[in-house]
Unconditional design. Structure first.
Length: 393
């Protein structure tokens, strides 16, 4: 098995590369094999046997718990550490304590500080907005800080009361309206965490010759956390990318988050690369996905650009109500595989997949969730959708 290495800031990808994968819970068992078949065929088509993916299954979620008694085995983390790049299906959230979220645990353990969510329109998809083709953005969502750090205390607990006493007695805070019944959460936003996220977004924009980077924040209210994010972003751009700013190759701007949600509907063409914090990014990326047809065709990745580690993923949930019925849309994980191929430097294979999918959608061929809205939609099952892509490669 050949693993990826990172040297002198670049990924060194062998022609026969080992990619760890997590099948996923619920519909994961259906969409992951389809993704693998499509990715394998595209790599074969693009490179005529000169490159190949060797898939290595690792476990997390329900399947891991059944096999090992552990929701997230150390062996899985070790595999992602060793091989750098992997892909995963959706994972259930354990009930009854322990890990709050397996997805968050993976991101924080591997320090995958960028959640990368590209959003674009595929012709043929029916959208709830008039001009979905104007939506073409890439969201850089900070992945390790903010509310998702999980620092909170339950209302009525001794810990919550202790925290309130500290706020009141030591910090002079008098604005908690109902202290006896309040839960509390802490929102850490650091200069280092903000800068590495924004640096990644700027680098992406410059590498892809995109027109602007917008810092989306709520700094008018949260002046030191979200306001700090904005301030540090402008300072970073001036300090490290001053030449690009003065030459017009880079434009940095900012927008209050609620205004951005409105503007993204009214004038999406004004935005290209978005850099934002964890909670804002969760809202923004799902809203943008809805504008181009839904989260079922929204890919995603969690990346550490410094170490090279990256896990690509289906962005939707496990959908237990439709699991096993051969109706789930595999597009999210397939397009996440396209992102993975691009990350590996195998973009030719990824382009074959996106071209085939677009032709498929233009023909009205899609899974039921999308086909039902098309004027001449022809719904197909999960496996059949993958087969249709293969025919068009």
């Amino acid at each position: 098995m050949a693993k990826i290495e990172k040297k002198d800031g670049k990924l060194l990808v062998p022609n026969n590369v080992t990619i760890p994968f997590i099948e996923g819970d619920g519909v994961g068992a259906e969409i992951t094999p389809v993704m693998q078949t499509v990715a394998d065929a595209a790599v074969e088509k693009a490179y005529q046997g000169g490159r190949k993916i060797e898939w290595k299954e690792v476990y997390a979620g329900g399947k891991a718990h059944e096999l090992t008694g552990d929701w997230l085995p150390q062996a899985t983390l070790d595999a992602f550490q060793k091989y750098l790049v992997g892909i995963k299906g959706p994972l259930m959230t354990p009930v009854g304590g322990g890990i709050r979220s397996l997805n968050v645990a993976l991101r924080q353990t591997l320090d995958l500080y960028v959640c990368l969510r590209p959003i674009r329109y595929f012709s043929g998809i029916v959208s709830p907005v008039k001009q979905p083709e104007l939506v073409d953005m890439c969201v850089f969502r900070e992945n390790t800080e903010d509310i998702y750090a999980g620092i909170e205390w339950e209302a009525g607990s001794e810990a919550a009361q202790k925290f309130y006493r500290f706020l009141h007695d030591e910090m002079g805070v008098s604005k908690v309206r109902f202290p006896g019944s309040s839960a509390f959460g802490v929102k850490p936003v650091s200069k280092e965490g903000s800068e590495r996220l924004i640096r990644s977004a700027i680098g992406y924009a410059l590498d892809h010759r995109l027109p602007s980077v917008t810092l989306v924040h709520k700094g008018n209210i949260m002046k030191f956390t979200e306001g700090g994010f904005k301030k540090w972003g402008y300072e970073l751009a001036e300090r490290e990318y001053g030449d690009a700013l003065r030459e017009g190759r880079l434009v940095i701007k900012d927008c209050i988050c609620d205004a951005f949600l409105q503007n993204a509907l009214l004038k999406p063409q004004d935005y290209s690369v978005i850099a934002t914090m964890n909670l804002n990014g969760d809202y923004v990326s799902d809203m943008l996905a809805a504008q181009v047809g839904g989260i079922g065709i929204a890919p995603g990745a969690n990346i550490n650009y410094q170490s090279g580690h990256a896990i690509f993923e289906a962005t939707h949930g496990i959908a237990p109500d439709i699991a096993g019925k051969d109706i789930v849309n595999p597009s999210s994980i397939i397009l996440s595989a396209v992102m993975m191929l691009d990350y590996l430097g195998w973009g030719e294979a990824g382009l074959l997949i996106t071209d085939a999918m677009e032709r498929l959608f233009r023909d009205g061929c899609a899974t039921q969730d999308l086909a039902r809205f098309m004027e001449h939609g022809k719904p197909v099952g999960t496996e059949a959708f993958g087969e249709q892509i293969l025919q068009r490669l």
